[in-house]
Design a binder for this molecule. Structure first.
Ligand SMILES: Nc1ncnc2c1ncn2[C@@H]1O[C@H](COP(=O)(O)OP(=O)(O)OP(=O)(O)O)[C@@H](O)[C@H]1O
Length: 237
């Protein structure tokens, strides 16, 4: 049931890729504010769900953003409604500088939140003239996040931001995302369950293209059997 504090409501989302029926009627809701984690084993359809929401893959089903059906909109129209995306491959232009990468991310009409970006990632301000491709993986991840944060978004879709980062960078990322989540609703795909525990309030678990569990993150991560069955891991406490 959709309640007033629901920002996103997905119902019967279906995606075929090649011969595969990757999403088979995915349905879930995202509450306004904070972080909802989209979890599941490798290959269950998490990235495809984010891409489906954005219209980057052909999809069927109903997707309501603040009550408005966006399921037939093109990607640029979804983005213009305030949906930001940070893909897992760190979508930066390697041959361009940090400054150019940020400029290109500016959505026409603004506003553009450079103050916020530099407050969260002071390193980027120091490196405005550096080519993005010569920065470390962590710095590129910060730049990818910064590109999404520059614009006014209602919803940010962030795919595996901690992938490949050293532990101290994961801590920095967690601090930044904690602040981000006070400003905009986040749907986070993440394998690092310590990060999920720290950041997320709600969880949605996918298995083989279907939602198999939704609920409170704390409840999920305190349930060894469930985390083992659905996520294939034990959780360190
Ligand atoms: N272009 C494509 N053509 C055919 N199958 C695809 C294509 N892209 C993805 N798939 C398949 O769709 C399934 C879901 O992929 P997806 O990337 O959404 O999973 P995921 O849950 O994000 O996985 P991971 O945690 O490993 O990133 C996988 O089995 C994948 O092999």
């Amino acid at each position: 049931m959709t309640t007033p504090d629901t920002i996103l409501s997905v119902s019967g989302l279906d995606v075929h890729l090649g011969e595969s029926h990757v999403l088979q009627g995915v349905s879930f809701e995202v509450r306004s504010g904070g972080v909802t984690a989209l979890l599941g084993r490798n290959g269950v359809g998490k990235t495809t769900t984010l891409r489906g929401l954005l219209g980057l893959v052909q999809r069927r089903g109903e997707i309501l953003l603040e009550g408005r059906d966006i399921s037939r909109l093109h990607t640029h129209e979804v983005v213009r409604l305030g949906v930001g995306y940070v893909p897992e491959n760190r979508d930066v232009f390697a041959g361009l500088t940090v400054q150019e990468n940020l400029r290109l991310a500016e959505r026409p009409g603004g506003p553009h939140h450079y103050d916020l970006v530099y407050e969260l990632f002071p390193r980027l301000r120091e490196r405005l003239r550096q080519r993005a491709g010569t920065m470390s993986g962590g710095e590129q991840q910060m730049l990818a996040l910064a590109r999404a944060l520059l614009n006014d978004n209602r919803l940010l879709l962030i795919d595996e931001p901690s992938q490949g980062l050293a532990p101290h960078l994961v801590t920095h990322l967690a601090d930044a995302l904690t602040r981000v989540a006070t400003l905009v609703t986040v749907v986070l795909v993440e394998q690092n369950l310590n990060l999920v525990r720290r950041l997320a309030r709600d969880a949605v678990i996918l298995d083989q293209g279907r939602v198999v569990w939704t609920g409170d993150v704390g409840r999920l991560l305190n349930d060894d059997e469930r985390t083992r069955d659905y996520l294939g891991v034990g959780v360190a406490r």
